[in-house]
Design a protein around this ligand. Structure first.
Ligand code: CAA
Length: 260
């Protein structure tokens, strides 16, 4: 990154890159600058050979309370359409090839819920609350909420959330499949870090292929997805790490991956 970011904090723990959203007074409301800073930080980690996995997190009270309502309240259609405001650069996050875990505590509403869903999986604290309340503002989700939420929780619950604007607590989110695990609030960061460190210890080519292949399940048909997965599965036999991983199993020892 070229300049010091204002609305995020960036640090590393071993091979894990951690980005903390940091606009505490606005409950991490997401403006264009924050999204640009987040995208730049994730891209820098993606390009960094010393990093194998990333975590995006917020504060105890809010992962993010959505797009910045104050900033967009007076925009006209021409402003947002021509300038691609509010949602500009959100898709940068989808270009990240290494895994990105969302560690969510507190509110993940509107764009905050959408941002969490853009990550590869969500680990939630027991105080997390998810929702797409845009209907209350006379708009609809604008960063993928109407597309990713039904894929995550099914049509009925997604319609319920998007049409009523109600919040879902962490337990409901886990039952519905929106989050992969729920942990006590004081364990959230350790749990996310533990998952990230586990992933970092695997061979990076297989991690990238696994992420790419699971993502195919969201975007295409079953036959194409299965064929795509098979090609990547076969391709991984070209890596040194596949030889090491399987030899280590046969020889009953720990593998030493070189990420190639
Ligand atoms: N944008 C801008 N500011 C926000 C914000 C947002 N999305 N959410 C909270 N804030 C600000 C509040 O205005 C308040 O600021 P002040 O102290 O200066 O008044 C501060 O954060 C604290 O918020 P509250 O006093 O409201 O805190 P609370 O605990 O009573 O309520 C809340 C918390 C339920 C999250 C409530 O703040 C809320 O409903 N926020 C809006 C949620 C929302 O509608 N999100 C969707 C936005 S639209 C969107 O995201 C579009 C998209 O898809 C891309």
């Amino acid at each position: 990154m070229t300049s010091t970011p204002e609305f995020i904090q960036v640090r590393t723990e071993g091979r894990v890159g951690i980005v903390t959203l940091y606009r505490p007074k606005q409950l991490n409301a997401l403006n264009d600058q924050l999204i640009d800073e987040l995208g730049a930080a994730l891209k820098a980690f993606d390009a960094d050979e010393a990093i194998g996995c990333m975590i995006v997190t917020g504060s105890e009270k809010a992962f993010a309370a959505g797009a910045d309502i104050g900033a967009m309240a007076s925009y006209s259609f021409a402003d947002v359409y021509q300038g691609d405001y509010i949602t500009r650069n959100w898709e940068t996050i989808r270009q990240i090839r290494k895994p990105v875990i969302a560690a969510v505590s507190g509110f993940a509403l509107g764009g905050g819920c959408e941002l969490a869903m853009m990550c590869d999986f969500i680990i939630a604290a027991d105080n997390a609350k998810f929702g797409q309340p845009e209907i209350k503002l006379a708009v609809i989700p604008g960063a993928g909420g109407t597309q990713r939420l039904p894929r995550a929780v099914g049509k009925s619950k997604a319609m319920d959330m998007v049409l009523t604007g109600r919040m879902m607590d962490a337990q409901e989110a886990e039952r519905a499949g929106l989050v992969s695990r729920v942990v006590p609030l004081d364990k959230l960061q350790d749990e996310a870090l533990g998952a990230a460190l586990t992933i970092c210890n695997y061979s990076l080519p297989s991690v990238l292929a696994a992420k790419e292949s699971v993502n195919r399940a969201f975007e295409g048909g079953l036959s194409d997805g299965v064929m795509f997965e098979r090609r990547l599965f076969h391709a991984l036999f070209a890596t040194a790490d596949q030889k090491e991983g399987m030899a280590a199993f046969v020889e009953k020892r720990k593998p030493e991956f070189r990420h190639c």
